[in-house]
Design a protein around this ligand. Structure first.
Ligand code: SF4
Length: 324
């Protein structure tokens, strides 16, 4: 591991000022991904600014929804009464993520900032446009079983590994970001990026900005399910996952929200499938039709060909499980 300086920030302003001063500095929250990246030589910050003392660990009800501070631990959010009562889909996604030990350390903000688990990204002997722009992509033509089927580019076919982010995308959350000059808000669906020609950029956060909270608006979704398909039930990243949320009245779908994980460089919202479900009976035929629509434009890369078959089945299954 390269040498680095360590600073502990006690205020938001001090944390941001320290980051602005050093373009190679990074924030340290739970460290569950960042420290691994540093040990492997993938990321070499000149300075870590520890933000664990910042007062950003509250979960509060607002007039329009829930505000979850960026430093709330994943395990605390998963078990919180307000999250369970108002957003059971999010609780399910939290509990599907990582292991209990990791959830105890990992924060909401850190979860959003975690990087892909593409093995070539972590192997500094291999080409990877995300780690070293212009070096090539080891996964295209290499081993790509975990990789994207939507929204990939010729530069990168990696997927975003989070479960929490998939649920927050389906729930139309908003991210609050503090910067050196002002605060701004961004729709959760616009926070992460597709790889395009800049796969080194995972999201739209600028250097000097700090995620302070996510806000989830109340909704009328009556039936939800988070389905995660993975190699080990105990602890593994998703081969793919589906966040399904419906409003069903008298057997008819009044509203549908669908997002997938493990299929794209960002949580993948299934907007066309949602439209197709609206007004339809909550039955197998509607679910399968929506799943087929969701798969339009999907493309696989060899080892992940199985996802083209698994994904529509998973969408239909998540809708079925949500509807009961
Ligand atoms: Fe790197 Fe992306 Fe290719 Fe993986 S898929 S090797 S992260 S460029």
């Amino acid at each position: 591991m390269n040498q680095f300086e360590y600073t502990r920030a006690s205020t938001q302003q001090a944390a941001i000022a320290a980051l602005v001063k050093d373009e190679h500095a990074m924030f340290l929250a739970g460290g569950t991904n960042l420290v691994d990246l540093m040990k492997r030589g993938v990321t070499s910050p000149s300075r870590l600014i520890d933000i664990n003392e910042l007062p950003l660990a509250a979960i509060e009800q607002t007039a329009t929804g829930l505000r979850i501070g960026a430093m709330v631990r994943n395990s605390d959010a998963a078990e919180h009464a307000l999250v369970n009562r108002h957003f059971p889909l999010l609780s399910m996604a939290f509990k599907a993520g990582a292991s209990p030990q990791l959830r105890n350390m990992a924060t909401v903000g850190g979860n959003m900032m975690q990087r892909t688990r593409c093995p070539y990204f972590y192997d500094t002997a291999m080409p990877c446009n995300k780690r070293e722009p212009g070096s090539g992509c080891g996964a295209i033509g290499g081993y790509n079983r975990m990789h994207a089927i939507f929204g990939a580019s010729e530069q990168c076919i990696a997927v975003h590994p989070s479960d929490m982010c998939v649920a927050l995308t389906a729930l139309d959350a908003t991210v609050t970001i503090a910067g050196p000059k002002a605060e701004r808000k961004i729709a959760f669906a616009d926070f992460h990026r597709l790889p395009g020609s800049t796969p080194q950029k995972d999201n739209n956060l600028q250097h000097g900005e700090l995620i302070t909270a996510v806000h989830i608006p109340f909704n009328h979704l009556t039936n939800v399910h988070y389905l995660k398909i993975r190699d080990r039930a105990s602890y593994a990243f998703a081969l793919l996952s589906v966040a399904a949320a419906l409003n069903i009245k008298s057997g008819t779908i009044r509203e549908a929200r669908l997002a997938m994980g493990g299929v794209a460089h960002k949580p993948w919202r299934l907007t066309e499938a949602e439209k197709a479900l609206k007004g339809q009976p909550a039955n197998e035929t509607s679910f399968k039709k929506a799943a087929a629509i969701a798969m339009e434009g999907a493309r696989s890369y060899g080892h992940n060909d199985f996802k083209l078959k698994l994904a529509p089945n998973a969408i239909a299954e998540a809708l079925r499980l949500a509807s009961v």
